[in-house]
Design a protein around this ligand. Sequence first.
Ligand code: NAI
Length: 336
Amino acid sequence: GPKRGVMQRFTNQLQPRASSFKVAVLGAAGGIGQPLALLIKMSPLVSAVHLYDIANVKGVAADLSHCNTPSQVLDFTGPSELPNCLKGVDVVVIPAGVPRKPGMTRDDLFNINANIVKTLVEAVADNCPDAFIHIISNPVNSTVPIAAEVLKQKGVYDPKKLFGVTTLDVVRANTFVAHKKNLKLIDVDVPVIGGHAGITILPLLSKTRPSTAFTDEEVEELTVRIQNGGTEVVEAKAGAGSATLSMAYAAARFVESSLRALDGDGDVYECCFIQSELTELPFFASRIKLGKNGVEAVISADLQGLTQYEEKALEALKPELKASIEKGVAFAQKQP
Ligand code: NAI
């Protein structure tokens, strides 16, 4: 029964693995950081979880460290402890920054979060330049280009290892499509491309697996709901922030996929926002194959045979995505 399944999983986690990895969470005391740290603590592939924040991280770490899964929990508070947090880690996840309130767009967060991401990625460049970097802090369409510029300035940029986390868009698409079409949740996989804000989020419903037919009305309704999934949560929370639990779930999935790829699994695919040659835009979210060195292949086939609706939406998102990318690059280049 289900009870035995859960126990089985915990038991598996207590068995030593051939390889294991260190993961750092920057912004670990936050709404996303805390449940994300918990989910990472449950991964059998992790030997150590490094928690960093500017405040309140000691209590989170003490609490988490009592879970009897194998990984060690270490806490780091404030900029003076950041270098030690980062040394030797394989994956750095960055959910640091302020979230939206009702009425705000992700771009409204730019001024605060751009500086936070810049500072944190500078430290990543200095202390663990080979790590996979997962950027969650919004606006992802701009913070990822900022991170790229910072890494370039430091001479350590590897475009295959810098990722904007768009997994939540895929998770939402899978959930909404499964509910709408009465499909088994576990089976449904919808690629989501473009960026991570409003109309730049483009679910490719025609590429849904298992192959599924949608009416024009269903396509319109599902596309709009997936694009506004974040806002649905922001409004329901009414000023208390944005998605944290579903985001932590999605980020944990992307971490687990990255660790499986680092561990040599040759069958790991995820959608994410990366430097890209798939379109004329320098960064673009699409499905990729993950390997030991990061992005191993971009699945360009997803962009072939799009429906008219998808073609039109793809053209429509490009100007906004381009402007958000350029805003990030300009911010990073004007800084000393
Ligand atoms: P929160 O406010 O609950 O937590 C943010 C944490 O970052 C706080 O603990 C804060 O102390 C910390 N922080 C602030 N400045 C820092 C610095 N310089 N160094 C280290 N830590 C610092 O916010 P929440 O809800 O966890 O959201 C975090 C970010 O994630 C927001 O920018 C939000 O827009 C974004 N987000 C991204 C999503 C995605 O799909 N990529 C989905 C949902 C949220």
